[in-house]
Design a binder for this molecule. Structure first.
Ligand SMILES: Nc1nc2c(c(=O)[nH]1)N[C@H]1C(S)=C(S)[C@@H](COP(=O)(O)OP(=O)(O)OC[C@H]3O[C@@H](n4cnc5c(=O)[nH]c(N)nc54)[C@H](O)[C@@H]3O)O[C@H]1N2
Ligand SMILES: Nc1nc2c(c(=O)[nH]1)N[C@H]1C(S)=C(S)[C@@H](COP(=O)(O)OP(=O)(O)OC[C@H]3O[C@@H](n4cnc5c(=O)[nH]c(N)nc54)[C@H](O)[C@@H]3O)O[C@H]1N2
Ligand code: SF4
Ligand SMILES: [Mo]
Length: 651
């Protein structure tokens, strides 16, 4: 049976499930899919273990202990739905429906069961509940690119095979989406990693530049300074396809290599050498992913990076340009799926990354009911302590739809068991390629697990709602979403390539009146990091063995990931009296967590490295997210996970 990996990963693999007597016995990558090419990854190779895990939630539960205790009793679906319907009706009567927040996470990216289609949104719209802004991941960078390019969808990643110079900029594809690597290798291009950490990817590159975190926009402007000083700008491309070059050129000339060296902590010679290489190499491609925009100036960083191929003319050359996320290229009918026209009146939007604030401070109306769907905010959100404080509120009614008893489940009033990918229908769009991928249910769900779409159909009925759109089947929903695409062909083949829109869409904006109108700089520039203090900048990047907090309790993957480590440069370790292998506490004004020190020059001085994805209850009660500020990036309310100052002390 053909399926699709639902996880929040650019690669959206197409997979094949083997079924014998109604039981899934094998799961492997689809050999026919041009990006999957028969391979999954270290995490999903074990996915059937996860599906069959004895720890899987199989029945609805009701909390019996205090919030956070994780003590529950089994109840039936009828009881669960009755209780939810009663509580919601009371809350709506007293506070209005905007006191309800459907909090959608990235556990599944499916359009029917996961984040992309906000399952349940139709029902919440009929009620008039608050809207949810999925700000936690990529929004700042997408907004930044949009100001420059009129789209956030960049080059076709398969075109990396045609590149001559590839900048792997703030990205670690060998961990966070390894299928791109085949195209990178096929190119034979000169590879440059730009990352404060010498990652698995950086180790495989020809060169590695390790700038200070959050200084990428300055580096890009410095590289452009070198290109322009050599007269290597593509005057024809600039004249035909861009706006605002004279003003931007003047601004670029302010970013001399000396100034940029001082900002980025790189050597002047490194900047000049890379600038010269870019000037003479066509096509040059940039892979920038979400890591570098988890900073105060993250949106601006992508806005500036999008300008680089506009100066060199690479946007017009196959194998040139920039790839951040292909999401912007999928022309699906999302409005037909989510049906915001069903709202009785306009509603407020609550930002995913501001959960602590929303639960503890927002009063107009207060959040009284929280539906957590495919998310684990205790593990993944910023400011863990405040999130826990908010979730502990006795007057908050929390429903969590889950596969496993996560840190967040411990704070639920009602837990509803959800189906996993081999058990439900879904459509996935990769953000690291241009294929729609179909997921056909292969087996029956265990116990009393229900798909998220079915859960909301049943809850709608329990609430007595009569709107017919709330009762449409999964297949009807898929047809509405895929309007204009051949659903039957997608279903038969398992995948279908969409045609990307033009990049730039219209003229590339070296000056952006649109950005200025939104209160931002007219010109792409450099925005410094925001977290004050003189500790180390802690980057908590993707873990090789977990995907966000999904798999954070998988015994085998935990064993392979080993202890929670924090990597310190030998100079920074020595200054703190810390030796390799020492137990340490990592602290700042927001919170602290425990780790084992790894002393290595894999991180540059001034920077500490760890990974995301641990569960607090497996880690002494707190994870790295206890130290992270609930602060917005410059554009779109994005999170600033890597703009985080900490101190590290021996334990
Ligand atoms: N195995 C695995 N794969 C994953 C995930 C996972 O948790 N595990 N997460 C998935 C998700 S949700 C996403 S959004 C993507 C994210 O994937 P990535 O974009 O790869 O995200 P990160 O791992 O946060 O950061 C990538 C790199 O950016 C570097 N970096 C951090 N700050 C800066 C900076 O200021 N400048 C520069 N130049 N580099 C910087 C980090 O050191 C890191 O090596 O991956 C997805 N894939
Ligand atoms: N320190 C630090 N924290 C980070 C980041 C970072 O770089 N550093 N990165 C951030 C990023 S990029 C992201 S995207 C967020 C992710 O944060 P979240 O969106 O909270 O994602 P997860 O932590 O993976 O939790 C997803 C949960 O959904 C469940 N799930 C999976 N599929 C389904 C389904 O079909 N139905 C239901 N009901 N549940 C399902 C899984 O079991 C899992 O517990 O984390 C962010 N957190
Ligand atoms: S997590 Fe990424 S690489 Fe692994 S199977 Fe899923 S889509 Fe493929
Ligand atoms: Mo993400």
């Amino acid at each position: 049976m053909l399926g699709a990996c639902p996880l929040d990963c650019p690669d959206a693999c197409s997979w094949v499930v083997t079924v014998q007597d109604g039981v899934a016995t094998g799961l492997r990558g689809n050999k026919e899919h041009p990006v999957t090419r028969g391979a999954l990854c270290v995490k999903v190779n074990r996915y059937l273990e996860q599906v069959d895990s004895p720890d899987r939630l199989r029945y609805p539960l009701r909390r019996v202990g205090p919030k956070g205790s994780g003590r529950f009793e089994r109840i039936g679906w009828d009881t669960a739905l009755d209780e939810i319907a009663t509580r919601l009706t009371d809350i709506i009567d007293e506070f209005g429906a905007e006191a309800i927040w459907p909090f959608h996470g990235t556990g599944s990216l499916g359009y029917l069961q996961g984040l992309e289609g906000y399952p349940g949104r139709r029902m919440f719209n009929v009620l008039g509940a608050s809207h949810h802004a999925a700000t936690i991941c990529s929004v700042a960078g997408s907004a930044g690119l949009n100001y420059t390019l009129g789209t956030s969808g960049g080059m076709d990643p398969e075109d990396f095979a045609k590149s001559k110079l590839i900048l792997l900029w703030g990205t670690n594809p060998l961990t966070s989406g390894h299928h791109l690597w085949k195209f990178v290798q096929d190119s034979g291009a000169h590879l440059v990693a730009i990352d404060p950490v010498r990652t698995k990817t950086a180790e495989r590159c020809d060169e590695h530049l390790a700038p200070l975190p959050g200084t990428d926009a300055a580096l890009a402007l410095g590289l452009l300074h070198v290109v322009v000083s050599m007269g290597a700008e593509d005057t024809e491309f600039i004249a035909e396809h861009t706006e605002g070059w004279p003003e931007f050129r003047e601004h670029v000339m302010e970013f001399t290599p000396d100034r940029v060296a001082a900002i980025t902590g790189l050597e002047r010679e490194q900047i000049v050498a890379l600038g010269e290489r870019i000037a003479r190499t066509r096509p040059t491609a940039i892979r920038a992913s979400q890591g570098m925009q988890r900073h105060a100036g993250g949106g601006m960083a992508l806005r500036v990076l999008g300008c680089l191929p506009g100066v060199t003319g690479d946007w017009a050359i196959p194998g040139g340009g920039l790839h951040y996320s292909t999401s912007g290229h999928f022309d699906l009918d999302l409005p037909a799926l989510v049906r915001d026209d069903l709202l009785p009146h306009p509603v407020r939007t609550l930002s995913m990354t501001r959960l602590g604030e929303a639960l503890l401070e927002v009063a107009d109306p207060p959040v009284r009911a929280l539906f957590v769907i495919g998310a684990n905010p205790v593990g993944s959100n910023p400011d863990q302590r405040r999130v826990i404080e908010g979730l502990s509120r006795e007057d908050l009614f929390t429903v969590v739809l889950e596969h496993f008893a996560t840190d967040t489940v411990d704070y639920a009033d009602i837990v509803l068991p959800a189906t996993m990918q081999p058990e439900h229908l879904d459509v996935i769009a990769g953000y690291g390629h241009l294929y729609l991928v179909w997921n056909e249910p292969a087996v029956e769900a265990p116990g009393e697990c229900l798909s998220t779409t079915e859960t909301f159909r049943r809850l709608s009925r329990r609430l007595g709602l009569t709107e017919p759109a709330l009762y449409e089947s999964d297949e009807e929903l898929a047809r509405q979403l895929l309007k204009g695409h051949d659903l039957d062909r997608l279903r038969a083949d398992g995948f279908l390539k969409v045609r990307p829109g033009p990049v730039p869409a219209g003229k590339l904006q070296f000056v952006s009146p649109r950005a200025q109108f939104a209160g931002h700089d007219l010109l792409p520039t450099y925005t410094p990091p925001a977290d004050p203090g003189d500790g180390l900048v802690l980057i908590s990047a993707a873990s090789h063995h977990f995907l966000n907090t999904t798999f954070g309790a998988n015994p085998e993957l935990r064993r392979r990931a080993g202890e929670n480590r924090i990597t310190l440069h030998p100079d920074d370790a020595a200054a703190r009296g810390i030796v390799d292998g020492a137990p340490v506490s990592v602290v700042n004004g927001r919170g602290s967590f425990e780790a084992i020190a790894e002393v290595s020059d894999r991180v540059r001085p001034g920077v500490a490295g760890t990974t995301k994805g641990r569960w607090a209850k497996n880690s002494g009660g707190a994870t790295v997210n206890a130290t992270i500020a609930e602060r917005d990036a410059d554009y779109g309310g994005g999170a600033v996970f890597h703009d985080n100052r900490v101190e590290v002390v021996p334990r």
